[in-house]
Design a binder for this molecule. Structure first.
Ligand SMILES: O=C(CO)COP(=O)(O)O
Length: 259
């Protein structure tokens, strides 16, 4: 377990261009002033639409905030109309690529094979895949853990070495009023972390939780997770700032354990 805590935000398709730019400016400002982000104890990443990736990179330049994409092509170049390659994302300065989000699986038919090909494409090009995994229907924590670990194995089968951030997102907790219960998240996150520790070539990897996450949750979960993947509840920069404060406190507590 590394001491660093990761806090990511996907903007999905919520913001238009002007609103997104205003939000990036606020995030850049608060990250620059945030001691735990400024000194690297907390990794902060934002994942806007493809069209917003370049303005986001411009807005956060000089801060420790990094930018990712919400999807990535399986191929690196060629006749793939509408796709964006990991090679180009890396070329312009994106650092992460979200892979296999529940909305892409459900609305756009992404299969486990497609998810695996996208994870490989990201790793092959030096991007960190934010690998979104989680059970589709509410079940026991043990069952959810088994399903999520199976998804992880499938997504990384044959993938190049490199860091991976697993975003454990139970599908039924996405877009909900509340996150999944803490005991449920802790059980699944532990199983995912154990699997990440078992497989070679994944140094620096971790598991973050997403699905109606917001202020207060990270303090409840503690070191069972390596951070959070936020959606709606980070649209208000003040809420994101509160989560970064919690992440800083968690990183400090973890540094004492690691030392
Ligand atoms: O899917 C999510 C992040 O990728 C979570 O979104 P919400 O927090 O809005 O449910």
């Amino acid at each position: 377990m590394s001491a660093r805590v990761s806090i990511g935000v996907s903007l999905k398709m919520y913001f238009g261009h002007a609103d997104a730019r205003r939000w990036f400016a606020r995030v850049a400002e608060l990250a620059a002033q945030h001691p735990a982000v400024a000194d690297g104890r907390v990794e902060c990443f934002v994942i806007p639409t493809y069209l917003q990736v370049l303005p986001a990179i411009d807005a956060v330049r000089g801060t420790n905030v990094v930018v990712g994409a919400q999807d990535v092509a399986t191929a690196d170049s060629g006749a793939f109309t509408g796709e964006v390659s990991a090679a180009e994302l890396a070329e312009v300065g994106a650092r992460l690529a979200e892979v296999g989000h529940a909305e892409r699986r459900r609305l756009f038919g992404e299969t486990d094979d497609v998810v695996a090909a996208k994870a490989s494409a990201a790793l092959r090009n030096g991007l960190v895949p934010v690998l979104c995994l989680g059970e589709a229907e509410r079940s026991s924590a043990a069952d959810a853990a088994a399903r999520t670990v199976d998804q992880l194995r499938s997504a990384l089968r044959g993938a190049p070495d490199g860091r991976v951030l697993v975003a454990y997102e139970p599908v039924w907790a996405i877009g909900a009023p509340e996150p999944a219960p803490a005991e449920h998240i802790v059980t699944v996150a532990r199983a995912v972390r154990a699997e990440l520790d078992r497989i070679a070539g994944r140094d620096g990897s971790g598991v973050i939780y997403g699905g109606s996450a917001g202020p207060g949750l990270l303090t409840t979960l503690g070191s069972a997770v390596d951070g959070l993947f936020l959606g709606r509840f980070a649209h208000d920069p003040a809420a994101l700032s509160a989560v970064l404060d919690e992440a800083g406190a968690l990183a400090d507590a973890r540094a004492e354990v690691v030392a």
